[in-house]
Design a protein around this ligand. Structure first.
Ligand code: C2E
Ligand code: SIN
Ligand code: SIN
Ligand code: SIN
Ligand code: FE
Ligand code: FE
Length: 401
């Protein structure tokens, strides 16, 4: 039996800043992607969740539908642990499809019955003191609940989980659901990596209240444009996986700036522009081709063909082709979507801008392919409509030629 830790690190610790948070995710993502054993994946995901939100403990539970049980692994423990599907708070969260958030298990009344046959019972046996508790169910790609994340005790001065912690653990859970299913079904490393990449890309987008489908659309547009330009299938596939991370550096930009409804001051826009450099530095450390390409895209997606872009003012073919492609994919999607600071544009207006910016903002060759492939592009736009938050403009009026 594992011994409980009474020599906990002294409170208070502090929450991670965005760059530390990303570093944690990347470090674990790398380990998870190369883990070969499901039990290791579970432990790594639990540790990732724990470190992201600075909790004392974190457990990833999986549903065993045949036995109607929840099971997990704990570090150092030889055997898996199993509880009935309806036991404790985790059972409640999974069977009621509900995220649970408790500040103090000992004074909470709402969930008392579940705490009594879960956390509080465990405390009685071990002498541990559960205070803050958070449980978040997660789903597979078909939307079925397949398990839950459970976090216990916040190690910062507040000793309570925040809304941001909930957001982060939800993110970890969404990643866990998708990649655990891959690990369970196919054990394919490639699939796991793709999920990691989309999830990481979504972090940057969540922060600016762009919904997850933005990264999917940009990925698909980039793929179509790359093939249309004559790049190989391998290169196009590489770009498709790398482009979702173009805005990852926005993680490190304060909400007050990113979510500002109105026009930005010069200083604020300078800070936002820095998302390119931050993203580059976050991604370039990895030697993997996908992340190398992602670093390039993060760095160069706001460069302009005529040399007036940022951060380096590169011009023409000095800009990597992946950067030139993602620039168009990103602006097309940004213009067609509502943002806190702007309404969605109608398609005609977007196309006018693309014509005007051919050879200015954008590589003329990529613009030509864009118009040539417009039916495919619009098909993608309609397939990956945002399901919550803002929608891209659906008014695809007939174009005049
Ligand atoms: P984003 O919202 O994803 O926009 C990406 C790019 O799409 C922009 O890069 C720009 O090239 C193009 N774009 C988006 N909206 C418009 C528009 O209304 N008109 C035109 N002509 N182009 C548009 P950019 O300008 O370098 O901005 C980078 C990021 O900075 C944006 O990403 C957004 O997060 C932020 N940002 C830019 N302007 C504002 C603003 O006025 N308010 C706030 N809160 N954020 C802004
Ligand atoms: C990986 O190594 O599997 C990807 C993540 C990284 O190298 O940082
Ligand atoms: C457990 O810790 O035994 C799982 C269920 C819970 O704490 O609610
Ligand atoms: C921007 O706002 O910089 C993008 C489009 C343009 O150059 O007008
Ligand atoms: Fe950007
Ligand atoms: Fe973007």
């Amino acid at each position: 039996m594992e011994h409980e830790r009474f020599d906990l690190e002294p409170l208070p610790r502090r929450d991670l800043d965005p760059q530390e948070l990303l570093r944690v995710i990347f470090d674990y993502a790398a380990k998870i992607a190369s883990a070969r054993i499901l039990e290791h994946v579970l432990l790594l995901m639990a540790d990732m969740g724990r470190d992201m939100i600075v909790s004392d403990r974190c457990t990833v539970w999986l549903l065993d539908v045949n036995k109607n049980e929840l099971w997990s692994k704990v570090a150092h423990g030889l055997d898996e642990i199993r509880i009935p599907k309806t036991a404790g708070l985790v059972g409640y969260a999974v069977t009621h499809d509900k995220a649970v958030f408790i500040d103090d298990a000992y004074t909470n009344e709402e969930y008392q019955p579940y705490l009594l046959n879960g956390a509080l019972l465990t405390d009685q046996q071990t002498g541990y003191r559960t205070k803050a508790l958070m449980v978040i169910p997660f789903r597979n790609n078909q939307g079925e609940i397949i398990g839950a994340y459970q976090a216990i005790n916040k190690m910062t001065a507040t000793e309570q989980f925040s809304a941001k912690d909930m957001e982060y653990l939800t993110l970890a859970a969404s990643y866990a659901g998708k990649s655990l299913e891959s690990a369970l079904l196919t054990n394919e490393i490639e699939e796991t990596q793709k999920e990691i990449i989309f999830t990481i890309g979504e972090i940057g987008e969540c922060r600016s209240k762009e919904t997850g489908n933005h990264v999917k659309r940009v990925a698909e547009y980039s793929y179509v444009l790359a093939l249309g330009l004559g790049l190989s299938h391998e290169e196009a596939a590489l770009l498709k996986m790398a482009s979702p991370m173009h805005d990852i550096g926005k993680m490190a930009i304060p909400d007050a700036i990113l979510m500002k409804p109105g026009k930005l001051t010069e200083e604020e826009f300078n800070r936002i522009q820095n998302h390119t450099v931050i993203g580059y530095h976050l991604l370039k450390a990895s030697k993997r081709p996908i992340l190398q390409s992602a670093a390039t895209v993060a760095y160069e997606h706001h460069e302009k063909w005529n040399g007036t872009g940022y951060p380096r003012g590169l011009r023409g073919e000095e800009i990597h082709i992946f950067g030139r492609i993602t620039a168009i994919a990103d602006v097309f999607d940004a213009l067609g979507s509502e943002r806190v600071y702007k309404k969605a544009w109608e398609l005609d207006r977007i196309l006018e801008l693309f014509k005007a910016e051919r050879g200015e903002h954008f590589d003329p060759a990529v613009v030509d392919v864009f118009f040539h492939k417009l039916p495919d592009i619009l098909q993608i736009r309609d397939t990956y409509v945002d399901t919550h938050g803002e929608k891209p403009s659906l008014k695809t009026k007939k174009r005049r030629h």
